[in-house]
Design a protein around this ligand. Structure first.
Ligand SMILES: Cc1cc2nc3c(=O)[nH]c(=O)nc-3n(C[C@H](O)[C@H](O)[C@H](O)COP(=O)(O)OP(=O)(O)OC[C@H]3O[C@@H](n4cnc5c(N)ncnc54)[C@H](O)[C@@H]3O)c2cc1C
Length: 358
């Protein structure tokens, strides 16, 4: 098996390996594929543990029972033109000096590596918390009656350690989201840090016990363990430190994009949040820079162009901050539906399209 995957020698020239087929990695692979027609000696390999691309932003709908799991998965084999090779396997570690990914299917050598392995749950608040809570509140009355309980028996309590939900959003957007949650009967507790989960529910830092049968943890993300265990330079939450071209510090042969990259926005001084929009833009810059390297052109520094923010609160309403305008309700939800639909279409259209000038 090892020989099959390790077709290129470790560090062999002309091998670009993209680790992770999420928002960032798939974007890099699709953007580069067409361009490689001009470079027949360059091999492009995409590696992921799954044989599908998971549209994670639509998972709350699956959890809420309003969308089928299959509908938010895009089979990778259908997406990738013949020019890219896909290897479905678990990545277990890195041989950095030897320039090899260590995988369940054997080592995979790279000349250029793109790390886009996403993130895993951590323990501090993120926007997705409000969204999950909204969808749960909508389905609980029906679920209760199916189990012979009064519709008002189940309740959703949203607990946030910070002073507000949707941290980092505008006060108007937070206000609108709080109102929608209140309409749905969701109780919101802010400044309430959880100290421990118990059999009865969970205990807050102030000692109060919040009783409950189902405890959904949606408190933030950090880098996967295999990155923490590597010699790669990491910052807050284990995300990998990169230069302005999205290359790992002191390792210019490795690019990082998506949740795994620790990229500071020079306008705010803060590290960019783990969002699909950021992952796609970083993927775009990485694809352009790899292409520039092949063509002998200039690398492009990454700049985040914020297109706005939309988050569902339940299955029918959402809140949005776009071009300085805050909106909330059904229209904002339709906008989120449209963005997700457009994303799935764009992934399909990117196949075989040659978008990079030069
Ligand atoms: C429930 C939920 C809702 C969200 N909602 C929104 C939203 O509304 N708006 C928004 O902007 N963002 C949202 N996000 C965040 C957004 O999904 C992430 O920022 C985005 O997925 C990051 O893209 P990525 O390419 O870095 O990682 P991912 O999309 O997570 O892709 C990582 C890929 O790497 C693969 N992988 C990881 N480790 C290994 C390994 N060891 N071996 C092999 N393969 C591996 C995974 O299978 C996956 O395909 C949401 C996230 C979640 C979980």
């Amino acid at each position: 098996m090892e020989d099959v995957v390790n077709a290129s020698t470790p560090g062999g020239s002309g091998q670009i390996v993209v680790a992770g087929a999420g928002y960032a990695g798939l974007h890099v692979a699709l953007r580069l594929t067409a361009k490689l027609r001009n470079h027949p000696m360059v091999e492009l390999t995409l590696v992921d543990r799954h044989d599908y691309h998971q549209a994670l932003t639509e998972l709350p709908r699956v959890a809420g029972g309003t969308r089928a799991a299959d509908a938010v998965r895009i089979p990778l084999q259908d997406m990738l033109a013949e020019r890219a090779r896909f290897v479905q396997t678990e990545i277990n570690g890195f041989d950095l000096p030897g320039r090899r990914l260590l995988t369940g299917a054997g080592p995979i050598g790279w000349n250029r590596l793109v790390l886009a392995l996403g993130s895993r749950p951590n323990d501090f608040a993120i926007p997705g918390l409000a969204q999950l809570a909204g969808e749960l509140a909508e389905i609980l009355p029906k679920a209760a009656s199916r189990h012979g309980l009064a519709p008002d028996r189940p309740a959703v309590l949203l607990v946030e350690a910070g002073p507000a939900i949707l941290a980092g959003s505008s006060p108007r957007l937070i206000d609108k989201a709080t109102r929608i949650l209140s309409d749905l009967g969701v109780q919101v507790r802010t400044d309430a840090a959880i100290a421990a989960a118990t059999e009865e529910g969970f205990r807050l830092k102030d000692g109060q016990l919040v009783e409950g049968g189902v405890f959904v943890w949606a408190g933030g993300v950090k880098a996967p363990d295999l990155v923490a265990d590597s010699a790669l330079p990491t910052g807050h939450n284990g995300r990998v430190k990169v230069d302005r071209y999205l290359r790992v510090l002191d390792r210019p042969e490795i690019y990082v994009a998506g949740d795994l990259a620790s990229v500071t926005d020079p306008r705010t001084g803060h590290v960019l949040p783990p969002l699909a929009q950021v992952a796609l833009e970083e993927g775009e810059t990485v694809a352009r820079n790899l292409n520039a390297e092949l063509e002998g052109g200039q690398l492009e520094a990454f700049t985040f162009r914020d297109k706005g923010f939309v988050v569902s609160v339940g299955t029918r309403r959402a809140v949005a901050d776009i071009a300085g305008i805050t909106s909330g309700g059904r229209a904002a939800h339709l906008l989120k539906d449209a963005i997700e639909w457009e994303y799935r279409q764009s992934v399909r259209h990117l196949r075989g399209w040659d978008p990079i000038p030069g």
